[in-house]
Design a protein. Structure first.
Length: 230
C-alpha cells in the first residue's frame, strides 16, 4: 500500500512541477517586462505560483525525510530575495547522543539541499521522539478537582479561553499528565486559539511543579443557554 501511495505522490508532484514551470519562467521575466506586455505575470498567476510552489516545497521536504526514515513536523518555508529558508522540527530516538542526533540532522539537511539546490538555508530543531506509552493511573478525585479549580481561576486571565471542562489528571512516573477541554469564540483563528491554549497550559505548569504535561482541546463556544459540560 505504501508503494502505491509513493507512486501517486510522485505523480502529483510531477504534475505540480509541470504546472509551475511556465509560471516560474514568467516570474523571472516579469520584472523586466513592460506593464502592458501581455506576457507579464498577472496578480492571480503570481498568487497561484506562490500557493502551489509552497505546497510543492512542503511535499518535497516530507518525501526527502520519509526516504530517510525520519519524522519531521512544523515545517516552515520563507521565500527570501535570492534563496529559500526552511526550518523544521526533527524527531529522533531519545536514547541517541547529541553527536549522533546532530549527524542525523546534518544528513537530512544535506539531502534537502541536494534536492532543492545550493540556494537554500535549512535549520533543524532536534526533538526526542515519543517511542512508547507512559504507564500511569487516574489521580485521586480530590487532586483532579483541585487542578480543575486552578485552571478555571487561571482562565480568567488567559484571553479568549473559557469554560474549562472535562479535566482529567493521571499520575505517571514522570509527573502529572493533565488533559482538558475548553471553549473559545468560533470566529477566532486557529492560530489565536492555539496561542491562548498554550498560555493557559504554561500558567498551569507555573502554578504546579508536579505537572509533566498538559494537553488542551479547544471547542467552539455554544449558545449561552446551552447546558454546560461537567
Amino acid at each position: 500500500m505504501s508503494g502505491l501511495a509513493d507512486e501517486l505522490k510522485a505523480v502529483v508532484l510531477d504534475a505540480l512541477d509541470q504546472r509551475l514551470r511556465p509560471l516560474e519562467e514568467r516570474v523571472e521575466k516579469a520584472p523586466a517586462e513592460a506593464p502592458d506586455d501581455d506576457r507579464a505575470l498577472t496578480v492571480q498567476e503570481a498568487a497561484e505560483f506562490a500557493r502551489y510552489s509552497l505546497e510543492t516545497i512542503m511535499e518535497r521536504i516530507m518525501v526527502v525525510a520519509r526516504n530517510q526514515g525520519l519524522a519531521v513536523h512544523h515545517v516552515t518555508v520563507h521565500h527570501l530575495r535570492d534563496k529559500l529558508a526552511i526550518s523544521l522540527d526533527l524527531e529522533v530516538d531519545r536514547a541517541l547522543s547529541l553527536g549522533e542526533a546532530h549527524e542525523v540532522a546534518s544528513k537530512l539537511e544535506a539531502a534537502i539541499r541536494g534536492d532543492f539546490g545550493h540556494k537554500i538555508e535549512v535549520e533543524t530543531h532536534i526533538e526526542p521522539m515519543e517511542t512508547g506509552g507512559i504507564s500511569g493511573r487516574d489521580a485521586p478525585i480530590e487532586l483532579q478537582t483541585a487542578i480543575a479549580a486552578t485552571m478555571r481561576k487561571l482562565v480568567l486571565a488567559a484571553g479568549p479561553i473559557r469554560d474549562v471542562h472535562s479535566v482529567r489528571v493521571r499520575e505517571t512516573p514522570q509527573g502529572l499528565v493533565v488533559n482538558f477541554h475548553c471553549r473559545a469564540d468560533p470566529g477566532l483563528s486557529v492560530e489565536a486559539v492555539h496561542h491562548a491554549v498554550d498560555e493557559l497550559e504554561r500558567r498551569l505548569r507555573n502554578e504546579r511543579d508536579d505537572i509533566h504535561r498538559v494537553i488542551g482541546h479547544a471547542e467552539p463556544s455554544r449558545a449561552p443557554d446551552a447546558v454546560k459540560e461537567q
